[in-house]
Design a protein around this ligand. Sequence first.
Ligand SMILES: [Mn+2]
Length: 358
Amino acid sequence: MNTSLDLLASMLPEDVDAALIISNENRRYFTQFVSSLGYLLLTREEAYLLVDFRYAEAAGANAKGCVVVPLKKLSEDMGRIITKHNIRSVMLEGSAFTLNDAAETDAILSEYGAKSIHSDELDKLITKLRITKTSTEVDKIIKAQRITEQALTETLRLVREGVTEKEIALELEYKMRRLGADGVSFDLIVIAGEKTSMPHGTPGNNKIKPGDFITFDIGALYEGYHSDMTRTYALGYVSDKQKRVYDTVYRAQKMGLDAVKGGVVCKEVDKIVRDFIYQAGFEGCFGHSTGHGVGLEIHEQPVLSQISDTILQSGMVVTVEPGIYIPGEFGVRIEDMAVVTADGCMSLAVLPKELIIL
Ligand SMILES: [Mn+2]
């Protein structure tokens, strides 16, 4: 087994003999092997990756820390492992199993005298491992972030009156891929004018005009790892109100980054940011959380929300992304990712955050 599989095996509760992992992200996390279907069956002694014909050869060459089993008939292939290791109870990855998957698995297990455990316990153990990143993981996130920043810098030259949100979004995605991204982290958000009041608006055919804010919430994917960043720019000029809102978000975001530190409770960071925005007169204009973890998924643990009691630890990667949204007028959001350290955090973004008027 490899380090992450060993760790998970050592975390299994005493009365559990095995764990069954089926989500793409977690199979990838533990075996470094990418596939759209497969079963990772972990016992205390050995880990098995069951994949079908499409992946068997590649998995044999590239999967780490596990025995690759080419799938012929799931029940028999799994049954052999259950018998060999005398498995009586298998913990399922609760968040990944559909009701149908669970019923099928239960039937197979009972055929071989074993039972499954339906709970979120395995998910919690895996989250404990994934919530802090190794330096290799952080390097991939940084690479994804650099690609994003380079693509944005090059794309900004094309932003002028009359260009549409969709045209800019497409250009950004193309440039990210040219720069080595495997794809985008999520459907890129490039929105302008009134639409910037919608935190997750989608790019459309409306043309950018002077006086508009343009919000870019963007990220690239690199070797499975995501990046996430938001910048809000203006075209031509801004009103005093736009300037005031931008300045408030800018300061709130800085306060949030200053508050991120090992040992701090997530909801405390949210509170600092939220109180500042509300006290500036924008209560009701900031309806989402302050930030979230980023890794193999674009949104993962921990969450910097009003209710999260999770304690920040060195090695976590989180976003800090406050915003102010005024329906029918405009919105501003600024977002950076940061790696948590014992005495603060290291921001992963290098692009400036001061208001830039294009
Ligand atoms: Mn985000």
